[in-house]
Ligand binder design. Structure first.
Ligand code: UDP
Ligand code: MG
Length: 131
């Protein structure tokens, strides 16, 4: 069994999509083993997204993730990291395939509704960051 970190980002929390998104994970055999709603500050967002610090969108990304409440979950299942990435869809909702969370709910490349860990190493780090 593998674990991964999922975040429902401010745009989706604000639109009341938490339960709908949780149900998508559950339907796809990802068990929610830990969860919490919180509002992080900009310094915490900067720490979480440190891997992107050299990117042109870093500042905006940190402002955004700290702009409102987020819903954080630990998802558990077989190949949870890759499965979650499939269920999420492409970073840009425009490129996401039908039925994925980002296709269903994403507004734009920055307001793309969810975050998911991209590797075993990052999943461990990100779960530790929040729980
Ligand atoms: N992002 C952005 N502009 C870009 C690329 C990424 O605002 O040109 C944001 C987007 O919200 C994305 C996050 O930065 O989810 C992290 O980027 P990454 O490449 O890790 O995408 P993800 O792993 O979330 O699909
Ligand atoms: Mg990423």
């Amino acid at each position: 069994m593998e674990q991964t970190l999922s975040i429902i980002k401010p745009d989706a929390v604000e639109r009341g999509l938490v339960e709908e998104i949780k149900n998508i994970f559950i339907k796809n055999n990802l068990k929610i083993v830990n969860e919490k709603k919180l509002h992080i500050n900009k310094d915490e967002a900067a720490e979480f997204y440190k891997v992107h610090q050299s990117k042109p969108f870093y500042e905006q990304l940190c402002n955004y993730l700290s702009s409102g409440p987020i819903f954080v979950m630990v998802l558990e299942g077989e190949n949870a990291i890759l499965e979650n990435r499939k269920i999420m869809g492409a970073t840009n909702p425009k490129d996401a395939i039908e039925g994925t969370i980002r296709k269903l709910y994403g507004i734009s490349i920055d307001k793309n509704s969810v975050h998911g860990s991209d590797s075993v190493e990052n999943a461990k780090k990100e779960i530790k960051f929040f729980f």
